[in-house]
Design a protein around this ligand. Structure first.
Ligand SMILES: NC(=O)c1ccc[n+]([C@@H]2O[C@H](COP(=O)([O-])OP(=O)(O)OC[C@H]3O[C@@H](n4cnc5c(N)ncnc54)[C@H](O)[C@@H]3O)[C@@H](O)[C@H]2O)c1
Length: 255
């Protein structure tokens, strides 16, 4: 098989959380372009992404659900597996950002961030892990971490987000070790700043000046630049890669 052939996903069944927009939409489209059928989960309407996937000639499904709710997560993954005939690939990606000084952060704010940025990653990974283990087939899971799980980027104050993303990176490594015996690879991708609704180009100019002064490439990523890394990790081209955290940050964490 040629090396490029290993990036293909023809006949595979993929699921992407937070795929209604942003990085999740870009990876859903990347998986579809590589030949996989794709189910998108999101708390928002997924129909626009579904239509875009469908145009690429594969099957597209969307399920609107709140991934912080255990019963909704289990039901959504079961429904996706039933509709597609299994799940081979998962990008566990949905998340939120919240900036608040630690001394002013309420426990409710902390819990809101943890609920989607860490707890839901566990719930989704567990749901898809159970399906993959039950199928007896190999699988690949990619979680979205962040460079904020490795460094305290500044000037925004976001202790809950940083802590949750550090948790995602270590959860990924733990699952990789536990599930290697089942042929399931688990990796994370850790983006730097990516131009999405979460981090729009209209972000405070002074913040951006500070960000880019600390980043060798002096710009944000676009979503395709993250999707390419997810595509690699989720594909057979990464067959010996598990428990890794692929940093895609334009060099930010080098300084
Ligand atoms: N944009 C960046 O600069 C950046 C940098 C590093 C990491 N990330 C991470 O990348 C991931 C995607 O972020 P993005 O930039 O595409 O943001 P985004 O806001 O464009 O997309 C996030 C998606 O997650 C969905 N979501 C949020 N809460 C949910 C819930 N409870 N249930 C179901 N879906 C929910 C949203 O509806 C949205 O569609 C996040 O985990 C984020 O932390 C983003």
């Amino acid at each position: 098989m040629s090396i490029l052939q290993k990036f293909r996903m023809d006949g595979k069944k993929a699921i992407v959380t937070g795929g209604a927009r942003g990085i999740g939409r870009a990876t859903a489209l990347a998986f579809a372009e590589a030949g996989a059928d794709v189910t998108v989960l999101d708390i928002r309407d997924t129909s626009e992404t579904e239509a875009m996937i469908h145009e690429l000639g594969v099957k597209a499904y969307g399920i609107q659900c709140d991934l912080t709710k255990e019963d909704q997560v289990n039901a959504a993954f079961a429904q996706a597996a039933e509709k597609m005939g299994g799940i081979d690939i998962a990008h566990v990606n949905a998340g939120i950002a919240m900036c608040e000084k630690a001394e002013d952060m309420t426990f409710q704010q902390w819990r809101t961030v943890m609920a989607i940025d860490l707890d839901a990653v566990f719930l989704c990974a567990r749901a898809v892990g159970r399906i993959m283990i039950g199928s007896g087939k190999p699988g690949a899971i990619v979680c979205t971490g962040s460079m904020s799980g490795m460094v305290v980027n500044t000037p925004q104050e976001q202790c809950a987000y940083n802590a949750a993303k550090a948790g995602v990176i270590q959860l990924t490594r733990s699952l990789a070790c536990e599930w290697a015996k089942h042929g399931i690879r688990v990796n994370s991708v850790s983006p730097g700043y990516v131009c999405t609704d979460m981090t729009p180009a209209t972000t405070d100019a002074e913040w951006q000046r500070i960000w880019f002064s600390m980043c060798p490439t002096k710009r944000m990523a676009n979503t395709e630049e993250i999707a390419a890394a997810v595509l690699y990790l989720a594909s057979d081209a990464a067959s010996y890669t598990t428990g890794s955290n692929l940093v895609v940050d334009g060099g930010y964490t080098c300084y």
